[in-house]
Design a protein around this ligand. Sequence first.
Ligand code: BGC
Length: 888
Amino acid sequence: MSAISAVVMLALFLTSSPLLAQTSLSAASLKGALAPYDLRVEYLTNPLGVDTPQPRFFWKNRHSERGQSQTAFELIVSSSPSADTGDLWESGKMSGDSSIQIVYGGKPLASNRTYYWKLRIYDSEDKASPWSEVARFDTGLLSPSDWKGQWIGSDGLLRREFTLPEEPRRARAYIAGLGYYELHLNGRRVGNHVLDPGWTDYKKRVLYATYDVTRLLRQGKNVIGVMLGQGWYKSRALMFELYIEDASGKVTEIHSDTSWQTAPGPILEDSIYNGETYDARLEQPGWDRPDFAAAAGWHQASAVEAPGGVLSSQMMPAIQVIETIVPLTMTNPAPGVYVFDLGQNLSGWAQLRVSGPAGTDIRLRFSELLYDNGLINQENLRSARAEDHYILRGDGATEVWEPRFTYHGFRYIEVTGFPGTPRLDSLRGRVVHTAVSPAGNFSASTQILNDIQHLILWGQKTNLHSIPTDCCQRDERMGWMGDAQVTAEEAMMNYDMAAFYTNFLRNIRDEQAADGSITDTVPHIWGQRPADPAWGTAYPLIAWYMYQNYGDRRLIEDYYDSLKKYVEFLRSKAENGLLKYSYYGDWVAIEKCPGSLVSTFYYYYDTKVLADMARLINKTAEAQAYDKLAGDIKAAFNREFFDPKTRSYGPTQTANALPLFIGLATDKERGPAWSELFNDLVYEHDSHLTTGIIGTKYILDVLTSTGNSDLAYDILTRTDFPSYGYMLKNGATTLWEIWQKREGPSMNSHNHPMLGSIGAWFYRALAGINIAPDSVAYKKLVIKPQMVRDLTHASGSLSTINGEVGCAWSKGDRHVKLEAVIPVGSEALIYIPVFKLRNLQLTEGGTMVFADNQFKTSLPGIKSIEAKGGNLIIQVGSGRYAFKLTGE
Ligand code: BGC
């Protein structure tokens, strides 16, 4: 069994019946009367370093009864963990059913403090819940003057000794170490972040991390040790603050300055693209502990020029080592050359285990591909050398090493220079990416869909490296905005992306120029300014998805002016309602549609979204003005691109799908454009996509909204070129960049998440989980699974900001079963298709609720049931439901 099918089998095993017993939807999480759980601040659990003056609170609610909602809450924020009163804030009993985005309304928060909070909520009968557990958050350094240190340089290692008269009561370290850092205290590594801090435009902003180091400090001598790598900064610089509080409350403060000592460390070279070279003979044992007798080479650190950007707290999950993979096989394709296969393409590095003579230089090279002769093929990495070296200490012991300041995208590892013959367990694969929590689960009875989901998940997560990257292997790994925008909705379903995109949107804003323009990549390294409109649209669209998925209205308020400037920039470039400039357009399409059509589509989309944002924040006149602009663009779009002779927007799938998706096509164009699209898909291409990343993002939604989900399913189950199945058949374990199978030096990354945008369709169409059009953040749901063709079951669950949502269905001979989970405070319309059944009978949990074409018994949570348009439509409140439809 291949690794991929083993993983999928496991997933299937875990998710098998009872349909929704998997995931966090399990009964355990729903037991008990009313209770708030999963308390968060600024989307994070007990975060350190909160640097927002008025942070927002979030929680989820559970209730053992159906049809329940929160009617009020009471929240206190206190400086003491055990307090029953809030010396910072007592919200009082606030009525409202929202448990998200609750803005702090208490006394001003101070820098570098720990605050505690808890709440209770009131249910529909005004019954109070018990108080929640106590959650906490730490503030960061809120004012620039809290940073007393200097930026200092380093030869590799930095150390600073200091003495404490007593053990501290509380200590926090704040560190911004560029390009990358590893922090040590008294010989122990601090925290589990790797490749930290997150990548920003350092001239604009540098992220700092906050660590609770109370337990690592002791009375007497202490030592701070910092290793610095070069990362994207391509140099080394440290800013550091340590605040130590003793029992009496007295604060001692240690910061980076020229009294620190520096020396070269064992890392001889570190480069993101090329790899790391580590000479273990140059290690200085004890350098990060007290009483280290500094050898020659240590000298005082010097001050360096500041990177220039403001210091901001890194308020998102860090990059971490997420899992460790044991290789599947080791081969020996040439003398002294060993090739390990991890069975999975991933981002990260290898951990090496070896013993041998001092000075032995072991070379590890990484690749996504193999040649037929079994040797690794690095051609598609272009100029990235992707090569690590470990030079042995050679003291007879087993040496375990992994790099710190590089990462690779790979499935295969080539080892040369190994002393003797390596064993399968001489290497492990370390999977490294931003530690976003998984939020979605999807599975279906047709195996290829699960296999595609596997490609999507691995492609997506391994391209989260503090920013959404295009790829993780070749000489790129950029925050290409087109790739980011097409994948964002899929990512928000599969992972908890709220804090991640909050950070990324700020990075985008940092790149905005005075004329409103933004850039193709963020941070801006590759590509152009202004961005291709299909790339720049990441700015308004991801902001809007943040509102739709997480209800983040404050973000819209904060970003509105900047987003408006962006749309006005587009307007300044438009000619008679058309936006003609385009560099990439429907990138990687097999049949490419005109770039100006794609750019004008996004000009319209961005304008419409801006109008909706203006409406949301009560800028009514601006909303109207942008509605009007959108109307003008629409007219221009149809004049320019709809060809009355061919009665279509052109001969490509994307050209017709885009206007159908967004309603650019009016009654006049809609029918003909749809016929053209349908003919192209079905007759000209036998249910294959010829779209690039733009068309692919929207086309399945167009098929579903026109009642053609069967066709979407046909497309997704194809296995010949071009299709997802074709990638799978050719051994893909992550998504390819292009539909074609290429393995040479041309552009062909084998881990590019952008064609994974269709992942959102799995949840919306096959699992049927949709946010109702008049709602956001899954507060109102439409559960409407597409029970297509021979698919016999599908299930999906989402851990949404408002709680767990799930739908699992199966269909058999004359019956359909559907289980749904609706969070407290939410309501849903559930659609169960009746197919050709007559004399319908619907039970819920075994009780007949619909028969003789009527709503029979009312059960808790079920508000109404009616037969309409080929469906039974059931209106429910919160809770778990198990429906079974039977008929003749
Ligand atoms: C990247 C893409 C990116 C593109 C711009 C490529 O080199 O890998 O994914 O969006 O350039 O067209």
